[in-house]
Design a protein around this ligand. Sequence first.
Ligand code: AMP
Length: 125
Amino acid sequence: MPIDATQPYDDNNIFARILRGELPSKTVYDDDYALAFHDINPQAPLHLLVIPKGAYVSWDDFSARASDAEIAGFVRAVGQVARDTGLVVPGYRLLANIGPDSHQEVPHLHVHIFAGQKLGPMLAR
Ligand code: AMP
């Protein structure tokens, strides 16, 4: 079910539990500010998720409350993951779902990285 991104942060969401080590993840990148791992239900040959380590529901929440260091760290991590996984030349798609209209399911900010094939039009038609 899509979530209401205006609700307070839920400490028991799936990505909070991954960050606490309570649930496993196939991690590809980990630093002070961000964690990147394979999506459990990939929608492309390569489908990664990058999440900030702090407790933020959405992009607007993150951009309003996170420190400059957290924001820089997260944005740099997304680019680092793209470089580390060889995506700069073939290209890739970044996507962040925020709130009910976008069908955000996990109420912890995450950026999807889709890659590994021609990804087609941006939105389903
Ligand atoms: P969204 O609809 O943007 O909130 O996307 C949530 C994503 O999290 C979906 O693509 C799910 O497949 C993915 N997901 C849910 N649980 C896990 C998990 N335990 N490990 C990795 N990815 C997950």
